[in-house]
Design a protein around this ligand. Structure first.
Ligand SMILES: [Zn+2]
Length: 265
């Protein structure tokens, strides 16, 4: 079955799917990750709309008959979060940090309405619904047991957004980073706590996993954290540059990076 998704089998029980590219019609290339336990499945960031969430559901059914019990949102940006309503309506518990929930409630209804008014996007967002997560946390670590597999949901502090979460799989040696890490994509800083971004990367580094799943782009090792740090420092140096110019320093420094539309952020 061709779902249009490209699949990375990261471990026997961990899969990453993406539609690639950097357009809204492909969820801006966001990554959705499935963690499969003996009794249940946890999904992280089920893309931008129910239609894309259903592609994930189809791809998942090819690798396990188990139901999705948990959906964890790494942050409120729609390319990661709006697909959650689909799995929520089918009985999954949607998990997000308190600040993520607040941003979803404040921003998503208007964003969905405005996208439905754009002819080219109306169909993709036709059945999109704001989703109110049913499980939230603020401090500390939330532990979710999938049967023979444990996922730890960690708030590394404000970073890409105020309500960031990352998912740590100790046994599998995998960290699912959300947009605290992007690989080959420019970074959207519009909701970022700029001064805390390096701290967030240090938290990820301390987890010392073999693999890191970025919010966008290919899975990699610890070098993804080094690359992201270099990007943040270059972006700090370039702040105030005219983002409409093709010779913006970030274009020159990171040629070929996708998602150029966020450079102005
Ligand atoms: Zn984001």
């Amino acid at each position: 079955m061709d779902t249009g998704l490209s699949q990375t089998k990261l471990r026997e029980n961990v899969f990453v799917w993406t539609l690639g590219g950097d357009r809204i019609e492909t969820s801006y290339g966001a990554n959705c990750t499935a963690v499969i336990g003996r009794q249940a499945v946890l999904l992280v960031d089920p893309l931008i709309a129910p239609a894309h969430a259903r592609l994930v559901e189809n791809a998942l059914s090819a690798v396990t008959p188990l139901p999705v019990r948990f959906v964890v949102l790494t942050h409120h940006h729609t390319d990661h979060a709006l697909g959650a309503a689909w799995f929520g309506s089918r009985g999954a518990t949607v998990v997000a940090h308190r600040a993520c929930q607040e941003a979803m409630a404040a921003e998503h209804p208007a964003l969905i309405r405005s996208r439905r008014r754009i002819p080219g996007l109306a169909e993709l967002f036709a059945d999109a619904k704001p989703c109110l997560p049913s499980l939230d946390f603020e401090e500390g670590v939330l532990t979710l047991d999938l049967g023979g597999c444990v996922a730890r949901v960690v708030h590394p502090g404000p970073g890409h957004t105020a309500g960031d979460s990352v998912v740590h799989l100790e046994e599998e040696s995998v960290t699912i980073c959300g947009d605290l890490v992007s690989a080959g994509y420019h970074v959207n800083y519009e909701d970022a706590a700029i001064e805390s971004l390096e701290t967030g990367l240090a938290v990820l580094r301390d987890l010392q996993t073999r693999s890191y799943v970025p919010g966008h782009g290919a899975v990699g090792g610890r070098h993804l954290l080094d690359d992201q740090l270099e990007y943040h420092r270059a972006a700090a140096g370039a702040r105030g540059s005219d983002s409409s110019r093709p010779r913006h320093p970030l274009h020159a420094r990171f040629p070929g990076y996708l998602l150029e539309e966020v450079i102005g952020s």
